[in-house]
Design a protein around this ligand. Structure first.
Ligand SMILES: NC(=O)c1ccc[n+]([C@@H]2O[C@H](COP(=O)([O-])OP(=O)(O)OC[C@H]3O[C@@H](n4cnc5c(N)ncnc54)[C@H](O)[C@@H]3O)[C@@H](O)[C@H]2O)c1
Length: 277
């Protein structure tokens, strides 16, 4: 039986590990080839969890190839439009076309608003907002050339609700909703659909670190994974503390497949109900 994205090619940023890798594998399982990029290096203002590495990106390549799909992987920074353009152009030259774009790369940092430095604000906006636009702009000419396509931007529940102590992250994740709505209107006639997904906590290093464990309890001197999980679960109508990367991949797979051929301009929470609380 044909896969749900059989014969399509997907450009995925932040593909070295966790959600980005999971998206690459889920789409490959359903018949897509992949153009993967990741910075594979530390980001100056992000200190609370370890960066992805070139070995991580190589592991994504190995796992996609183990599914008998093709993958072109490049170390590139979403802040560098020339490097991104070279990566996607090279991928399309090798794989033949482009149909799907997943602007997934992002960073997270917790800082009380009044303690945030100008540099930390700017770096967050450069990666989580401008980096998303850079990803879309280098990919759009290829989608137009293909006669249409589907873009999914990974926002966050922080793209729908004001989340304390993350003003730069929250502003950027709201900002990508504006990018999505603009592109959905501007490129609809070219059969390009654009949507955002809004995950609650996903079980990755981005939240599984000591600083995030204390996000909701800033006065607790000893935050733990267990205490964080217990508190986070109370914020969800469904009985889970956080969800898995594949839960986001499955929502994205639906959005980029032909099953969602008339779904565009949507902000899709994948959040166990967090945003209705
Ligand atoms: N983990 C969560 O709880 C959660 C919740 C909501 C939204 N998100 C969003 O999901 C996305 C994926 O996060 P994750 O949980 O897999 O964390 P992660 O840190 O494992 O993945 C992010 C990836 O993006 C890459 N990246 C960072 N800056 C980059 C840059 N400048 N250029 C290219 N690549 C860069 C990283 O190297 C990393 O591989 C992010 O956009 C994040 O904001 C995460």
């Amino acid at each position: 039986m044909a896969g749900r994205v059989e014969g399509k090619v997907a450009f995925i940023t932040g593909a070295a590990r966790n959600q980005g890798r999971s998206h690459a594998l889920r789409l490959a399982q359903e018949g897509a080839d992949v153009i993967a990029v990741d910075v594979c290096a530390p980001v100056e203002s992000i200190r609370m969890y370890p960066p992805a590495t070139e070995e991580d990106l190589a592991e994504t390549v190995r796992q996609v190839e183990a599914l008998d799909r093709r993958i072109v992987a490049t170390k590139a920074d979403v802040r560098d439009p020339a490097a991104l353009r070279a990566a996607v152009d090279d991928g399309v030259a090798q794989l033949g076309r482009l149909d799907i774009v997943l602007a997934n790369a992002g960073v997270f940092e917790i800082q009380p608003s009044l303690e945030l430095t100008d540099d930390a604000w700017q770096e967050m906006i450069d990666i989580n907002l401008t980096g998303v636009w850079n990803t879309c702009r280098v990919a759009l000419p290829h989608l137009i050339e293909s006669g249409g396509g589907s873009i999914v931007i990974t926002s966050s529940t922080a793209g729908l609700k004001g989340t304390p102590n993350t003003i730069h992250y929250t502003a950027a994740k709201h900002g990508v909703v504006g990018v999505m709505r603009t592109l959905a209107n501007e490129f609809g006639k070219q059969s390009i659909r654009v949507n955002t997904v809004h995950p609650t906590g996903v079980d990755t290093v981005m939240i599984q670190n000591e600083k995030t464990w204390g996000l909701f309890t800033p006065d607790d001197p000893n935050p733990t994974r267990e205490k964080f999980a217990e508190l986070f679960e109370t914020l969800h109508p469904l009985p889970v503390p956080y969800i898995d990367p594949v839960d986001i991949s499955n929502a994205i797979l639906f959005l980029v497949s032909d099953e969602a051929r008339y779904v565009t301009g949507v902000t899709l929470p994948v959040d166990a109900g967090y945003t209705i609380r």
